[in-house]
Write a protein that binds this ligand. Sequence first.
Ligand code: SF4
Length: 298
Amino acid sequence: MVSQVELQQRIEAAYKLLESCRVCPRECGVNRLQDSKLGFCRSGLNPVISSVSPHHGEEPPLSGTKGSGTIFFTNCNLRCVYCQNYPISQMGNGAERSSGELACQMLWLQDQGCHNVNLVTPTHFVPQILQALGMARERGFNLPLVYNTSGYESLETLGLLDGIIDIYLPDMRYGDNKAAMHYSVAPHYVEANQAAIREMYRQVGNLVMDEQGIATRGLIIRHLVLPGGLSGTEKIMKFLADEISRDVYISLMSQYFPAYKTAEFAEINRRINEQEYDEAYDIKMKYGLKNGWVQEFE
Ligand code: SF4
């Protein structure tokens, strides 16, 4: 674990990134310390939070019996046209909080008995999260931290999280940059995402669980199957098998439904069918990636 002294140095380095923002790969260059101009993620100096609660629907090692302590951050560094949380990610639903208030929320989740604190869409607020963590630790916070992200990350920012994040929970959304650009306005998503996954794996390795089956450390990949093969499952599974580990845990998600702007994109304006999900599962197994979870097909 990183010491409080080291954490303070990381906080200072992280706030430096906000001066001409390069917290994520977009590198907007706006000064978020002054809040006068917002970047792509529409976020300023203070964290904005939409909800804080124990969550029982995450992967079993995260939710366990007492729930995963989710903190949903408002705004996002992606613009997925199918976002299922668009009121939070794109429309700004949430309330601005201080880092001190965020620290209190972490402590409250610990008091509720949650197994971990699950930072949902945290990327654009990493400096503020680190500052809150420093405050929470001084008051006894000691739960594992889950970094639950779309996977569009900068290596510099991830480096500041080394030894601080216990469980990385990134999406691998696309195997193809054209799709990433078209549906999420994310230039070079594949390169940024794969580099991020390599770094996360270097930091925490494969999933480790305690004797109750609760995650204590490691990497879990989420892959949402999109209609028409647009999520690039073959390329993603090949990358994981060849460059990460055949033991990596993968959550293969069937829950896609049309939302937000999908009426403007006919090819994704439907749910996936059972055959599409089965094909994604078969690809995963073909590459020897046996660990993880499947969802009931709805
Ligand atoms: S965190 Fe926001 S402002 Fe900073 S580079 Fe990313 S999108 Fe731009």
